[in-house]
Ligand binder design. Structure first.
Ligand SMILES: O=P(O)(O)OC[C@H]1O[C@H](O)[C@H](O)[C@@H](O)[C@@H]1O
Length: 286
């Protein structure tokens, strides 16, 4: 009879190898996939607040990243040179679940032969996702467990679900320097006090404020993004043509999301042996 119970647990997903951990608190819900410790769903008022591409095959990831939700980008943002994964290895690694209770899940990723093959340092990442009624907090602590210092970049690649990207605005960028990746990283100064997305957008803003509001996301509601240890903000939407170059996005999905990516990517963080760095993002529905 015991074997029947074990089979039932495994089928129901009661085994310790669950791919997805779900938190529920005060009517809110969040799910985190062990692949990349990627938050793949965050519901407030039973409405989904994150975008997850329908092109994802979550049961056939085979070492690839999940397109959508809140991927964790470490130790490098964007291109990392030949034979190294774009946006680093954290989002394509299988993290260990440390615990999940009282609306908080903790994950861990340590260096391995694979990561050392890309980046020859020893480290430990401790990632906590904390759910409250209208808030989702991501806390990443990076520990340098190696005998030497190392430099890295870190970013939350947040896909905010919106009803129509053409109807949202994003605040807090006026007067800031930014690199426009759609124009070969051209350096510019943002003149707009309220940003509207009206074309292919891929901008890296340097040293932005701690708080950014994205208005008119779902049901006219504003999503507030608060960040610490993450001075920069990347704003990305591939628009109607560029999206066709992505095999992990569907052509019509460009209107369904805007990426507001809190990160430390314009410059690198230097972490001395035995030290740690904390990168925190809080998403709130106003
Ligand atoms: O397709 P991915 O590896 O997830 O990258 C998606 C996008 O991520 C960031 O927003 C970069 O600024 C973009 O240049 C890149 O296209």
């Amino acid at each position: 009879m015991l074997w029947l119970l074990l089979v039932a647990l495994a089928v129901k997903g009661g085994s310790a190898d669950d791919d997805v951990v779900t938190l529920r608190t005060d009517g809110a819900e969040a799910s985190i996939h062990r692949q990349g410790a990627t938050v793949i769903s965050w519901k407030v008022g039973s409405r989904e607040r994150l975008f997850l591409s329908a092109a994802n095959k979550l049961d056939q990831l085979n070492g690839t990243h999940i397109m959508g939700g809140v991927p964790v980008v470490f130790p490098k943002f964007a291109d990392w040179g030949p034979n190294r994964p774009f946006h680093g290895f954290a989002r394509i690694s299988r993290w260990d679940l440390v615990k999940a209770e009282d609306g908080k899940a903790v994950f861990e990723l340590k260096d391995s032969e694979v990561t050392r093959g890309y980046w020859n340092h020893t480290f430990r990442l401790e990632y906590s996702v904390t759910l409250e009624s209208k808030q989702l907090r991501s806390d990443l602590r990076i520990f340098n467990t190696s005998p030497t210092k190392f430099n890295f970049e870190v970013l939350y690649h947040t896909f905010i679900r919106v009803q129509d990207v053409r109807n949202i605005t994003l605040t807090g960028l006026q007067g800031l320097e930014y690199q426009d990746k759609t124009r070969d990283f051209k350096e510019s100064t943002e003149t707009r006090d309220v940003l509207k997305i009206q074309d292919f957008t891929d901008s890296i803003y340097e040293d932005t404020p701690m708080v950014h509001n994205i208005t008119n996301t779902i049901d006219g509601q504003t999503l507030k993004l608060t960040k610490s240890g993450l001075p920069d903000l990347v704003v990305w939407n591939p628009w109607s043509e560029e999206i066709k170059t992505f095999s992990d996005l569907q052509p019509n999905e460009w209107t369904d999301f805007v990426c507001a990516e809190a990160g430390h990517v314009v410059s690198q963080i230097e972490l001395l042996p035995g030290c740690d760095y904390q990168a925190t993002q809080t998403l709130s529905i106003l």
